[in-house]
Design a protein around this ligand. Structure first.
Ligand code: C2O
Length: 523
């Protein structure tokens, strides 16, 4: 194991996209930002130096941060922001994870341009033991440079079919050059602010091998679905003889009230093919192709091998039901007299002015309460009918839910049809969870748990809760600290669709949060 050091300079950079140039906030002048590469077991030190006029913080999305919650990054949750002119060194060790994750700014909407990939190589010497890894190993040996995709841009480019100019060429977009007969591993990250996405490559099938830095049972698919925050590794076998093939990234939204037809594109180009020769096109799935998405999601199973067992908790010390909803609150100062709010169990989260982790560690009172409701205040039909009015008028507060160290937790995330039926990609910091169940309509506490999968549920850090449906997750609270749970659609986060767990220290020597680093920013 080694120590890997990175320097992230937050700087403005003039960037041209769609024929317009504007200054954007970047890391080291790059968009997307630099790829962080480490091996399982390595310690990573990232010195972030803030040279812009905005506050900054960086989150290492999906990194467990065992006992190092100070390095997690969400502003006002685990740290005060890094102010203009200040530095902070994020210091964490990568344990028990391998694959693709990503990092992004975690303050307001800054992550739009401040994000990049995290590539975690498996420990040496253990990965040839299973099939998947052998293939992955091959893919890496072929010299393929890890690639990152995001919406509206693929590797920072909108693609050859973007409408910027009528004469755009494929140079305008990202081109993946392949050799016939070889297999490539694509690391795909949905870094979009507000949209779930379909990903397809013309005339090629993809083999899914890993999600959120955990291995899955490999399966083949024509279309991949990925929610904001999620990462997926797929194998692409170059089994055509020659040609250019279009890669398409298009929105998935099963809400009928929003329309978005923006499709980003890239090109897979076989060696020996000219960039100017014709490209085999592809039709993206319709925006509301819910069956395609459901089919994909249901195919995801954890590997559950000897080497990578699926340690899903078989008990639930805490059994929680979280309803996720959008609502309207009265707002005397707003032009319409109302404002949009979003909440969990009817509580819209108010960001504190100092960090929750500091308040927790130093026992500061008056920053948060630990009375977050484990169940919705009123039971009703969440996915249809008119809700009681008090379920539209959302409460506000900085309320946390307390978990004893090592307790087991089940959370049923119930999407609701109040106001707008939408998918919500819910992300939990500090843990991976197992997705033991999923369904449409209202969760039935009598019937549905009987169908839960405790054998090979997929393990991940972000789950797309279906609109008008539910997802059930389980995890073990083995990481002391304060851990954010929120919708990864930035607009919903902003409206308050977030909460946090506070996990107490355990009794053992390795079961407590480490003390804060000396350079931790103050608020
Ligand atoms: Cu990727 Cu709290 O987020």
């Amino acid at each position: 194991c080694m120590v890997r050091q990175y320097k992230f300079n937050i700087v403005m950079k003039n960037t041209t996209r769609l024929c317009a140039t504007k200054p954007i906030v970047t890391v080291n002048g790059k968009f997307p930002g630099p790829t962080l590469v480490a091996r399982e077991g390595d310690t990573v030190l990232v010195k972030v130096a803030n040279h812009v006029k905005y506050n900054v913080s960086i989150h290492w999305h999906g990194i467990r941060q065992l006992r190092t919650g100070w390095a997690d990054g969400p502003a006002y949750i685990t740290q005060c922001p890094i102010k203009p002119g200040q530095n902070f060194i994020y210091n964490f060790t990568i344990t028990g994870q391998r694959g693709t994750l990503w990092w992004h700014a975690h303050i307001l909407w800054l992550r739009a341009t401040v994000h990049g990939a995290i590539v975690i190589l498996p420990k040496r010497g253990e990965w040839w033991k299973s099939d998947v890894e052998a293939v992955v190993n091959e893919a890496l040996k072929s010299g393929f440079v890890p690639n990152v995709s995001d919406t509206h841009t693929i590797n920072g480019h909108p693609g050859p079919l973007s409408t910027c100019s009528s004469k755009s060429s494929s140079k305008d977009g990202f081109t993946l050059k392949v050799k016939r007969g070889k297999t490539y591993m694509l690391r795909i990250i949905n870094a979009a602010l507000n949209e779930e996405l379909f990903f397809k490559i013309a005339k090629h099938r993809l083999t899914v091998v890993e999600v959120d830095a955990t291995y899955v049972k490999p399966f083949k698919t024509n279309t991949m679905v990925i929610a904001p925050g999620q990462t997926t590794n797929v194998l692409l076998t170059a089994d055509r003889s020659t040609g250019n093939y279009l890669v398409s990234v298009s929105p998935f939204m099963d809400s009928p009230i929003e329309v978005d037809n923006v499709t980003a594109t890239a090109t897979v180009q076989y060696s020996g093919t000219l960039a100017s020769s014709p490209t085999t096109l592809i039709n993206p799935p319709p925006q509301n192709a819910t069956p395609v998405a459901t089919n994909f999601t249901d195919s995801l199973r954890s590997l559950n091998s000897k080497l990578y067992p699926t340690n899903v908790p078989l008990t639930a010390d805490h059994s929680l039901l979280f309803t996720i909803s959008l609502g309207i609150n009265p707002c005397p100062t707003c032009p319409s007299g109302n404002r949009a709010v979003a909440g969990i169990n009817n509580v819209s989260f108010i960001m504190p002015t100092t960090s929750l982790l500091q308040a927790h560690f130093f026992n500061l009172s008056g920053v948060f309460t630990d009375d977050f409701p484990g169940n919705p205040p009123v039971a009703f039909n969440y996915t249809g009918g008119t809700p009681p009015l008090n379920n539209l008028h959302t409460m506000i507060g900085t309320r946390l839910y307390r978990l004893a160290y090592n307790s087991t937790v089940q959370v049923v995330l119930q999407g609701t049809g109040l106001l707008a039926p939408e998918n919500h990609p819910i992300h939990l910091h500090g843990f991976n969870f197992f997705v033991v169940g999923r369904g449409l309509g209202n969760f039935d506490p009598k019937k549905d748990p009987k169908k839960f999968n405790f054998i090979d549920p997929v393990e991940r850090n972000t789950i797309g809760v279906p609109s008008g449906g539910w997802s059930a997750i389980r995890f073990r609270a083995d990481n002391p600290g304060v851990w954010f749970l929120h919708c990864h659609l930035e607009v919903h986060t902003m409206w308050g669709l977030k909460m946090a767990f506070v996990v107490d220290n355990g009794k053992g020597p390795d079961e407590s949060l480490l003390p804060p680093p000396s350079d931790l920013p103050t608020c």
